[in-house]
Design a protein around this ligand. Structure first.
Ligand code: ADP
Ligand code: MG
Length: 683
């Protein structure tokens, strides 16, 4: 069984109080933290280059003895420190600018490792120089720092590379073989994973490239495996509770579908069957409904809500903003008009008396379908038998809230809808506890939005084009990054542009203004006017980003498009292209970075939400894509969620077979169970 090990880093040789304090600055408190503090880079010192062989254009490490130190002051404010090193084959200068204090580190006769790239220019003058090289003194008695691949760690001031390397080396030597390996033996055998001790060594002090690769794979697998155990265990916990077993109500569904002005697409039909199947099971539904903007998720939500209501329960649908909640409300009220069911809206900006009325209607079951924002889940709202909760636009709410919601009522079914296409490997991790349904088909007759990217100079032409379309009876959105002009941020503001356009360019048209500082009543009025065609142009901020549905609006102009993320641009574009007329998205932008240009180019190249999400993820990384805090997931130290597809898949498979295929898995795998409980406490 497990031997109790000392926990504190002060037990590691070479640590002591002073270094313990420095290590804490790096978030290292225990020996385990220390062994899991992995290098940020490596340097191959097993194959040192002879100075006579170095050429520019490659990163090299050489070993040399200091033979000369000089300092120059070619002009005021510039100090150049040159240290000449020799390895017997040739000499090379390490050059530092305005770092005179480094001089005392280099004494004649001492040996150093030097790493960096040869300076092009001096090379042309037949001199070998490296500017600001990495350097480390060689102590001839040691073997940790020489003749091998050495780890390079992230440091804090007061801590040196050498010292930290020694501390970690000592910790590995004295403690790593005593660490409990939580990976089940059969899994290690099946995939040929190294054991824990050898893997930790392999990440810090790899003996070869293979050693490193195998060590990394094992540790990455372990992280992903534990993560999968965590989400699947959560899911099992939910599913093992008794939920609501809805009875089929084919007749009502059929009538409802007949009342619509369109047929469901095949994708919608398939997804509805998946949802219906879940709802008619005893276990609570936990499903993610994913579909690009405009793919018709709302109708599917309506069907699911109808099913719960027809079974005598209340249906709840929550949107991320008041505007969206209102849109859903109007739409659903319309769809439910031919049924006997009552729909109500609950949002934060209602007056006290309105609110009171709605609340008592809810608790007395005077309403069947409740639409609202997050206010729906505040204290003091008593639902009468909630049967299904639909959450629209999940990424704005976060995983934790998902679980809090479930506490209302007796395990109601849960349907999460998102228009953010989530790449498969990510949905296995971040949304790993939800089953996935994808609407992968747009309703017929939609032609892709024509997307272009123009600069400031083309404004005149753009406006003429817009006028033409308005005269044909269409409507346009103009989205700005700012509400009002700002001193710090140079970008177009909605207020300013609104005035300019109403005063001149679009004088003869009806222009509306919408942003988050407008009062709720006015917001509603403006939105209504635009929906009813009483406004030709809507100048706004990103408040129109999600859910707004006006099929006659066919033009989306995005000001300072370089300021928006890809996902956001895609959402904005999704506001047009919803009707029979050809739609256009015109981005006015002056990107200054390569990344910015890349984003805009991706937008003009594709309307495929999945490709856009993949690109977005690559540009921003998963942390920002979801908002690290929101994702509710532990940090991964070794695994890469974007690149380790294969490992994610096997981790999923093995975790499934343990959690779903083993009775009392917690008792059979106590180490794994202990581990996921520890993590659960942290996230
Ligand atoms: P999403 O929420 O997925 O962005 P919506 O549910 O708002 O999309 O649907 C977008 C538009 O397409 C709505 O106007 C809706 O009425 C319409 N729609 C939905 N399904 C179909 C269909 N099968 N055929 C034609 N139009 C549809
Ligand atoms: Mg929607």
């Amino acid at each position: 069984m497990k031997k109790e090990l000392p926990k504190s880093i002060e037990f590691v040789r070479g640590v002591g109080t002073r270094y313990a304090r420095l290590l804490q600055k790096l978030d290292i408190y225990t020996i385990e933290d220390l062994l899991y503090y992995f290098p940020r880079d490596y340097q191959d010192r097993s194959k040192l280059v002879e100075i006579r062989h170095i050429v520019p254009g490659e990163l090299v490490t050489i070993k040399g003895e200091v033979i000369k130190i000089t300092e120059e002051r070619p002009r005021r404010g510039l100090n150049i420190l040159k240290v000449t090193f020799s390895d017997g084959t040739d000499v090379i200068n390490g050059v530092w600018f305005n770092q005179s204090y480094l001089k005392k580190q280099f004494q004649k006769g001492k040996s150093f490792f030097l790493s960096g790239e040869l300076n092009e220019k001096s090379w042309r003058f037949r001199k070998k120089e490296i500017f600001n090289p990495g350097y480390e003194e060689i102590d001839n008695t040691d073997t940790i720092h020489t003749g091998r691949v050495v780890p390079i760690y992230g440091l804090t001031s007061g801590m040196t590379q050498k010292r930290l390397r020694e501390i970690i080396y000592n910790a590995l030597k004295d403690f790593s073989c005593h660490f409990t390996d939580i990976l089940p033996v059969e899994i290690k055998k099946k995939y040929g994973f190294l054991d824990l001790d050898r893997s930790l060594w392999g990440l810090h002090f790899p003996e070869s490239r293979e050693h490193f690769i195998y060590a990394r794979a094992r540790l990455a697998f372990e992280e992903l495996f534990v993560l999968q155990l965590l989400v699947l265990n959560r899911k099992k916990g939910v599913l093992s509770k008794k939920g609501i077993q809805h009875k089929p109500c084919e007749k009502q569904i059929k009538e409802f579908l007949e009342s619509l002005s369109f047929e469901l697409t095949d994708a919608q039909k398939r997804v509805w069957q998946e949802i219906k199947g879940d709802m008619e099971k005893a276990a609570p539904m936990q499903r993610l409904l994913q579909g690009d903007v405009g793919s018709g998720k709302t109708v599917i939500a309506a069907l699911a809500l109808l099913e719960t209501i027809a079974n005598g329960y209340q249906g709840i649908i929550m949107a991320p903003t008041e505007i969206l909640a209102e849109q859903h409300y109007l739409k659903l009220k319309d769809m439910f008009a031919k049924t006997a069911y009552r729909v109500c809206l609950l949002i934060g900006s209602m007056s006290q008396s309105e609110r009171k009325g709605v609340l008592s209607a809810i608790s007395e079951k005077m309403v069947d379908l409740i639409v609202g924002t997050h206010t729906l889940f505040q204290e003091g709202i008593e639902y009468y038998k909630p049967g299904l909760i639909v959450i629209d636009e999940q990424h704005r709410f976060g995983v934790e809230q998902r679980y809090r919601l479930k506490e209302k009522g007796e395990n109601p079914d849960l349907l999460v809808m998102t228009a953010t296409p989530i790449p498969r490997t990510l949905s296995l991790t971040v949304y790993g506890d939800l089953d996935l349904s994808i609407v992968d088909e747009l309703p017929p007759g939609r032609s892709p939005v024509i997307t272009t990217w123009r600069d400031e100079e083309s404004r005149g032409k753009i406006y003429n084009f817009v006028k033409e379309k308005l005269k044909e009876g269409r409507q346009a959105y103009i989205v700005c990054p700012l509400i009002e002009p700002s001193e710090e941020v140079k970008a177009v503001s909605a207020m300013e542009l609104f005035e300019k356009l109403t005063d001149s360019v679009f004088k003869e048209f009806r222009v509306g203004l919408l942003h988050s500082k407008v009062s709720t009543d006015e917001k509603k009025m403006v939105m209504d006017q635009f929906r009813d065609g009483e406004l030709d142009i809507l100048v706004s901020t990103t408040v129109v980003e999600v859910g707004v549905d006006v099929p006659n609006a066919t033009i989306m102009i995005i000001e300072n498009a370089e300021r928006f993320g890809l996902a956001q641009l895609h959402q904005l574009r999704g506001r047009v292209g919803r009707g029979e007329h050809q739609s256009y998205c015109i981005m006015i932008a002056n990107p200054t970075t390569e990344e910015g240009r890349k984003r805009l180019t991706v937008m003009t190249e594709t309307t495929d939400g999945f490709r856009i999400a993949e690109e977005d993820l690559l540009i921003r990384g998963p942390g920002e894509f979801f908002g690290t805090k929101q994702s509710g997931m532990p940090d991964l130290k070794v695994a890469n969620i974007l690149k380790d597809h294969k490992l994610i898949q096997i981790a999923r498979k093995e975790a499934e077979s343990i959690i779903e295929g083993t009775d009392e898995w917690q008792e059979k795998y106590p180490l794994l169970y202990e581990k996921i409980n520890l993590i659960e406490l942290k996230v």
